[in-house]
Design a binder for this molecule. Sequence first.
Ligand code: GDP
Ligand code: MN
Ligand code: MN
Length: 250
Amino acid sequence: MENIQVMGVQGLPLIHGGDDIAQMICKRVSLQDGDILCIASTIYSKAKGYTKKLSSITPSERAERLGKLNGEDPRFVQAVLDASTDIIMEHPFILSEMACGHIGVRAGVDQSNIEDGMVIFLPPDPMKSALDLKDEIKKISGRDVGIIITDTCGRSFRRGQTGHAIGWSGFTAIRDFRGDTDLFGHVLKITEEAVADEIAGFANFVMGESNNGVPAVVFRNCPKWTGHDNLYFRNDEDITKKVLKKEWNQ
Ligand code: GDP
Ligand code: MN
Ligand code: MN
């Protein structure tokens, strides 16, 4: 039954401020009800103007200090600080939390796939961005699709980055298996599967990281699931964050 189809959207141009990416994607792919459309945060942010010229940024004392500490341009560090609501770790790289709850290396601020001297921020309210895109695509194509806004993120414990869901709409981020029974009738007590991240991970694989030029990927025929949207740990549940903050503040 589950014959999932994965299609990279080909032929999108370089995205600039003001571009209507929903329209541009709908022109290039014929979407169907139930499709899941993954969009790289990078093009969403470029289209919405969540970008800055480094030369327009004045670094604070803290940005100067962290720039020296980590060997980075203090103006870039200031962009990272501006995008962060909480700094979890300062060195060897800044690890920080954003208002939306996402925790990322350098707050997900990118200097790749944009002109020299520019930085790209993650969308500040990615859940709303995903919902807006869902609505726009419904208006343009008449189709009901799910949306994932993705970013490439590092992980703890393992080398190598993978795609993560930064914002989503049309389904729950988590597929909740708790209360389900396994093949032997054992009741599952713990398993909550981060489906939105799994799909974002494969989308990221299709996108690539460099000059592939494929910032949107469609998943067709995914099975449906139910669960919840509490993808981020509450502060009191987040063991890694607690340990890192303690370590850093000693
Ligand atoms: P991120 O993971 O959201 O930070 O985005 P990346 O910079 O890794 O880019 C993901 C994919 O989108 C790669 O295939 C890039 O080549 C592609 N990409 C990035 N910007 C653009 C753009 O403006 N136009 C097109 N067509 N592709 C882009
Ligand atoms: Mn990125
Ligand atoms: Mn990427």
